[in-house]
Design a protein around this ligand. Structure first.
Ligand code: IPM
Ligand code: MG
Length: 358
């Protein structure tokens, strides 16, 4: 099979972890006789430096022309003082909207070999953690009307949280389809005790659930959900929620696995198109030092094979290779513990590639 992948290396550690992911894809291509063609494009801070804007039209066009997008990370101190609409992070929002990436999948997986890194008590996570946050990504307060107005109390700024039925329906369908392939449980998270938009959200999710009698549904308020994630995270299988609640819960979820450097993510459009990126940020403090953990980027490439290209065996191979290297005791600094073997970005990448061909 032949696929074109638009590659946004981005800022900070983005380039070095994407480099490892591409080399892993090349090993997969060789092993299974696929052809992956890479189209490198700019977005984020490096695009601001190169052409004065964080998301050039040429980047959007190249992404649309590709079968999938692989992204490292965007942002860094260098651009932190720019006004909100000029910051590198705007590139992410622009890509999500322009590419119609309404469904963000963020798996929270506690790798056996890393269970010591989990900050929760062992009895809370015994037997492991494996759930996924399905975050709505192109609606809600991120994209609602925003502005400023004069009020008697001074200048006021506002951002509107709004959800339309169809926006809720399609993300609910994504969540229920996913639950069907997993442990058949969906938890929908909202703030329906206060927000009108959440009451609509809850009504539509409940409607969609009628088509999935084999999947259990429950509803939690966001404050309770944030607490339950710490109290008893094993109760979750698929969590579906809106854009801003998903932003917050997915960071919390990654923290309780203890290894944000390990977690991949997928942002999916209708059909098979998707953008894949590690959950961690650009980590400018360690950029270019061969210290970054490339596993999240490599696992993101694996998600691309699974969700956009339907290459299940190939994706399983990547996950197995990562697990094997962890089991051998190799660690990047972010996940290092006493007694393990600390090595760098490129060495981890090399070991994963070797594990793929063993
Ligand atoms: C994320 C990030 C982004 C978001 C920022 C960088 C715009 O926090 O992908 O979770 O809020 O969606
Ligand atoms: Mg976030």
């Amino acid at each position: 099979m032949k696929y074109t992948i638009a590659v946004i290396h981005g800022d900070g550690i983005g380039p070095e972890v994407v480099q490892e992911a591409i080399q892993v894809l090349d090993v997969i291509a060789e092993k299974y006789q696929h052809t992956f063609t890479y189209t490198p494009v700019f977005a984020g801070g490096c695009a601001i430096d190169a052409v004065g804007e964080c998301l050039p039209q040429a980047t959007i066009d190249a992404c649309k022309a590709a079968d999938a997008v692989l992204l490292g990370a965007v942002g860094g101190w260098k651009w932190d003082t720019l006004p909100g609409d000029k910051r590198p992070e705007r590139a992410l929002l622009g890509l999500r909207k322009e590419l119609g990436l309404f469904a963000n999948l963020r798996p929270a997986l506690l790798f056996d070999a890393l269970s010591d890194a989990c900050p929760l008590k062992a009895n809370i996570v015994s037997g492991g953690l494996d759930f996924v946050v399905v975050r709505e990504l192109t609606g809600g307060i991120y994209f609602g009307e925003k502005g400023m107005k004069e009020t008697p109390l001074g200048l006021a700024a506002y951002d509107v949280e709004q959800y339309a039925e169809e926006e809720v329906r399609r993300i609910a369908v994504t969540a229920f389809d996913m639950a069907r392939k997993r442990n058949k449980k969906v938890t929908s998270v909202d703030k329906a005790n206060v927000l009108e938009s959440s009451r609509l959200w809850r009504r539509i999710v409940t409607e969609v659930s009628k088509d999935y009698p084999d999947v259990a549904l429950d509803h939690l308020y966001i404050d309770n959900a944030a607490m339950q994630l710490i109290r008893n995270p094993k109760q979750f299988d698929v969590i579906v929620t809106g854009n801003i609640f998903g932003d917050i819960l997915s960071d919390e979820a990654s923290m309780i696995t203890g290894s944000i450097g390990m977690l991949p993510s997928a942002s999916l459009a209708h059909g098979n198109f998707g953008m894949y990126e590690p959950v961690h940020g650009s980590a400018p403090d360690i950029a270019g030092q061969n210290k970054a953990n490339p596993m999240a980027a490599i696992l993101s490439a694996g998600m691309m094979l699974r969700y956009s290209f339907g290459l299940i065996q190939e994706a399983d191979d990547i996950e197995r290779a990562v697990t094997a290297v962890l089991a051998q005791g190799y660690r990047t600094p972010d996940i290092y513990t006493a007694g393990m073997k600390q090595i760098g970005t490129q060495e981890i990448g090399q070991l994963i590639r070797s594990a793929l061909t063993e």
